[in-house]
Design a protein around this ligand. Structure first.
Ligand SMILES: Cc1cc2nc3c(=O)[nH]c(=O)nc-3n(C[C@H](O)[C@H](O)[C@H](O)COP(=O)(O)OP(=O)(O)OC[C@H]3O[C@@H](n4cnc5c(N)ncnc54)[C@H](O)[C@@H]3O)c2cc1C
Length: 390
C-alpha cells in the first residue's frame, strides 16, 4: 500500500508524524476501541507520495538511532534543592534548558506540557515559559503539528531543543529528513504511555466524587523530601473549590494502572526504542540503583541518569558540572539497573480485561480495582506454567 498502514496495532506508536508529513492533509488521528490514536487515511484524497511511510519511526527505527561509541553515563543531582523538588529526577532537563537558552537569543524549546489537563507537545521561545515542560506527565503527549512547527523554526534559522519520548525524537528526525546543526534532541527513558481518554475519564470521576472541577494535576510530587525514602509514585490534584488530593500509588487508581502497565499503548510492550542505542543527542531518565555504588545519591529523592549519545549532546556535560553533583558511571551499569534501557515493559496480565470492562461501561476507578485483585491460585499456576514455555 502506498500509505501508512499496519497489520498489527503494535506497529504504530501514535507519534502523528505521518499526519504532519502528508502534503494534502488526508491523514487524521482517530481513536480506536481502546481510545488510542491511529492514523486514518482518506484514500480518495491520497496522492500516493509515500511521505507518511517514510517518516514512520517504527518502520525505520534503525535509521535514526545513534551509534554507541563509549560506555559513559552520569548520575546528576542539581545543587538547587528547589529544582530537584520541582523536577521528576535530579533536574538535569532544566539545567540543559538553561544552558541551551544561554547559547543564543534566537531559540525554540519544544516538549510535553499540560494544556488544562490535556498533554500536548508545544513550542515556546523563551526560557521562563519553558518551565511548562518540567516534570513527567504520565500520558501520551499529542504530537500532531509539532514536527511541522519544529521544521519551520529550523528553516527560519532558529536553534531548537526538542524533548520527548524516543519514538517522538525518531519521528522528528525522520520527518526532517536531514541533519540540522541548530537542532538538539533529548529523549527520555520511557516505559510506556497511557492515552489521554483514560486519564481524562479518571479526572472526570474524581471531579464527580469531589463535586468540583480540577484545575491542575502534577505527577512525581516530592512530598516528605527530607525523609530518608520519599515516595516517587505520587500524584496531586487541585480542585476549584480549594480541595486538594495528595495521592500515592495506594490511593490513586490511575498511578496503579500506569506503574503496572495496565493500559499502555499496544506498541509500548514491543517498543523498538527500549534499548541501549538511543535516538536523542542526550538521554535522560531516573538513575535507579545509583545508591549501590554511591550512597550519597538516593534515587528516590531524584537522581537524573544522563547519557550523551553524540558530541553535540556531550557539550552539556560542562554545564551540568557547574550546576550540581555529576558522578561518572558506566553506561552498562546504568542499563543493568534500568529495565527500560534494555527491553520494553511487559503488559499487566489483565490489560485486555481492563479495556473490556471500560467498554462495558465500568468507570476507570472500578476497572482498575477489579484488575488489581490477585489471581486465584489455579490461574497463578497456569500463568507460571505458560511463562515457562514462552
Ligand atoms: C511517560 C513517561 C514514562 C517514563 N518512564 C521512565 C522509566 O521507566 N524509567 C526512567 O528512568 N525514566 C522514565 N521517565 C523519565 C523520567 O520520569 C524523567 O522525565 C526524566 O528523568 C527527566 O527528569 P528531569 O528531572 O531531568 O527533568 P523533568 O523536568 O522532570 O523532565 C521533563 C522532561 O520530560 C518530558 N516529558 C514529560 N512528560 C512527557 C510525555 N508525556 N511525553 C514526552 N515527554 C515528556 C518533557 O518534555 C521534559 O523534557 C518517564 C517519563 C515519562 C513522561
Amino acid at each position: 500500500m502506498p500509505f501508512v498502514s499496519f497489520k498489527d496495532k503494535k506497529e504504530c506508536c501514535g507519534c502523528s508524524a505521518c499526519a504532519d508529513a502528508c502534503p494534502v492533509s488526508c491523514i487524521e488521528m482517530v481513536e480506536d476501541s481502546e481510545f488510542f490514536l491511529y492514523p486514518k487515511v482518506d484514500e480518495s484524497r491520497c496522492i500516493n507520495c509515500e511521505k507518511c511511510l517514510s517518516v514512520c519511526p517504527v518502520k525505520h527505527f534503525d535509521k535514526t538511532e545513534n551509534a554507541i561509541n563509549d560506555d559513559d553515563a552520569y548520575a546528576f543531582v542539581s545543587n538547587d534543592t528547589d529544582l530537584i523538588k520541582s523536577s521528576s529526577s535530579g533536574g538535569a532537563f532544566s539545567v540543559i534548558m538553561d544552558a541551551f537558552a544561554g547559547k543564543s537569543d534566537n531559540f525554540t524549546i519544544a516538549g510535553a506540557a499540560f494544556s488544562g489537563t490535556d498533554v500536548v507537545h508545544m513550542c515556546v521561545n523563551n526560557r521562563e515559559e519553558a518551565e511548562i515542560f518540567k516534570k513527567s506527565k504520565y500520558v501520551q503527549s499529542f504530537g500532531k503539528t509539532i514536527y511541522k512547527k519544529v521544521k519551520n523554526e529550523l528553516e527560519n534559522g532558529k536553534q531548537v531543543l526538542f524533548s520527548g519520548t524516543p519514538c517522538m525524537v525518531a519521528a522528528l528526525k525522520n520527518y526532517l529528513g536531514k541533519t540540522y546543526d541548530g537542532l538538539t534532541t533529548v529523549d527520555i527513558v520511557c516505559h510506556g504511555v497511557p492515552n489521554q481518554h483514560i486519564f481524562s475519564e479518571y479526572l472526570n470521576e474524581l471531579e464527580k466524587i469531589n463535586r468540583s472541577k480540577i484545575y491542575s494535576v502534577s505527577f512525581r510530587v516530592k512530598r516528605n523530601f527530607d525523609t530518608e525514602f520519599p515516595n516517587p509514585r505520587t500524584m496531586d490534584v487541585c480542585f476549584e473549590n480549594g480541595n486538594k488530593l495528595n495521592m500515592d500509588i495506594e490511593q490513586c487508581e490511575y498511578l496503579y494502572g500506569f506503574h503496572h502497565s495496565l493500559y499502555f499503548r499496544p506498541s509500548c510492550s514491543h517498543c523498538k526504542f527500549s534499548y541501549p542505542k538511543r535516538q536523542g543527542d542526550i538521554t535522560l531518565g531516573d538513575y535507579w540503583g545509583i545508591e549501590k555504588i554511591n550512597k550519597e545519591l538516593q534515587s528516590k529523592k531524584g537522581v537524573s541518569l544522563v547519557r550523551f549519545n553524540t558530541d553535540k549532546g556531550r557539550e552539556y556535560l560542562e554545564f551540568l558540572k557547574k550546576s550540581g553533583n555529576v558522578y561518572y558511571t558506566s553506561y552498562s551499569f546504568a542499563c543493568d539497573e534500568n529495565y527500560q534501557l534494555r527491553k520494553p515493559s511487559q503488559d499487566h496480565r489483565n490489560r485486555e480485561k481492563f479495556f473490556k470492562l471500560l467498554r462495558k461501561g465500568y468507570s476507570v476507578i472500578d476497572a482498575v480495582n477489579i484488575c488489581k485483585k490477585p489471581d486465584t491460585l489455579p490461574r497463578r499456576i497456569i500463568r507460571k506454567v505458560k511463562k515457562l514455555f514462552m
